[in-house]
Ligand binder design. Sequence first.
Ligand SMILES: NC(=O)c1ccc[n+]([C@@H]2O[C@H](COP(=O)([O-])OP(=O)(O)OC[C@H]3O[C@@H](n4cnc5c(N)ncnc54)[C@H](O)[C@@H]3O)[C@@H](O)[C@H]2O)c1
Length: 293
Amino acid sequence: MKVLVTGGSGRLGTAVVDGLLGSGHEVVSVDRRPPARHREQWFAADLTVADEANWALSRVRPDAVVQLAAIAVPFSRPEAEILRTNTALAFNVCRSALEAGAGTVVVASSPTVVGYGAPAGWVPSYLPIDEAHPVRPWHAYGLSKLVAEQVVRMFTAQAGDRMRLSAVRPCYVIGADEWAGAPTQQGHTVRERLDDPSLAAGSLFNYVDARDAADLIGLLLHGAHEIPNGETFFAGAADALAREPLAELLPRFHPGTAAAAPTLVDDAPAFSPARAERLLGWKPRRTWRTELR
Ligand SMILES: NC(=O)c1ccc[n+]([C@@H]2O[C@H](COP(=O)([O-])OP(=O)(O)OC[C@H]3O[C@@H](n4cnc5c(N)ncnc54)[C@H](O)[C@@H]3O)[C@@H](O)[C@H]2O)c1
C-alpha cells in the first residue's frame, strides 16, 4: 500500500511512519517541518492551505492517508488559531484524499472531546469511558477534534464505499525516547508523571505507547473494509499511568468522578480499549511497567 502520513515528523507520526515502513508499505510523509529520520520519505506543505493539500495528495496519489497534522497541545496557541488550524487540516486532507482517489483515511482525534477537566465541573456518565460516552469539549483543541470526527462522518456520508474513514482518539502518546527519560508532551518525564499524580491527573492518567497507537492505525488501514464506515476508536493502554488505583486517585483530582470511579480497581484505565479489540483485534501490548527505563 502507498500511504501518505500527514504530521509524520511529530511524536505519533514518527512511530506511524516507522511502523508502516516496517510492515513493508511505501510511505510518504507530509509535514511543515522535516522529520528526524526517513527524510527522503518527506516533503513540506502547509496543509491548512486547500491548494497545498490538493497539490500534496495529487502528487502522491496514495492508497491510504493517515491525517495526524495538528496543533497537538491544548492552549499551546491562541484558541481561535487552534480551532481554525485543526479543523482546516482535517477538512482539507479528507477532501483532497477523496479527490485523489485514496481508498482509506484515518484521522487523529483526541479523548479531550469528552470534556474532562472543564473548569465548570465534569461528571462522567460512567467509567471506564468508551466510544458511546457523551462528548462535551470545553476548549478549542477538544472542539477542533470533535469537528475532525464530524469531518470523518461527513465524508463517509459523501463518499460511501468509495472511501473508508475512521477516527482514532489516542490517549497521551509516549514515544520510545520518552520511556528513556525525554520530556513528554506536557514537559515532564514519564517517571515524574508517575511520582506526582497531579501531573497525569489532567488527562485522567491515560496514555498509550506510540508503537501501540501506530499498530492500531496499521490495523485500521488493513481492516477498514471489514468494519462499519466512519467508526471512532479510543487508543489507550490497558492500564492507568498511576501507581494507585484510579478508584482512589480520580475523585481526589476530579470530584465529579466520585460516583463512577469505584469501578476502576487495581490498574484499570479510565478509557476502555475494548472496542478496538472487538472490531479489529487490537491489543495495547506495552505498559509503563515494562517500558519505563
Ligand atoms: N500526543 C498526544 O498525546 C496526542 C493525544 C491525542 C491526540 N493526538 C493527536 O495526534 C496527532 C499527532 O500528535 P503528536 O503528538 O504527534 O503531535 P506533534 O505536534 O508531535 O506532531 C504534529 C505534526 O503536525 C505538523 N503540522 C502542524 N501543522 C501543520 C500544517 N499546517 N501542515 C503540515 N503539517 C503540520 C507539525 O509540524 C508536527 O510535526 C495530532 O492530531 C494530535 O492532536 C495526540
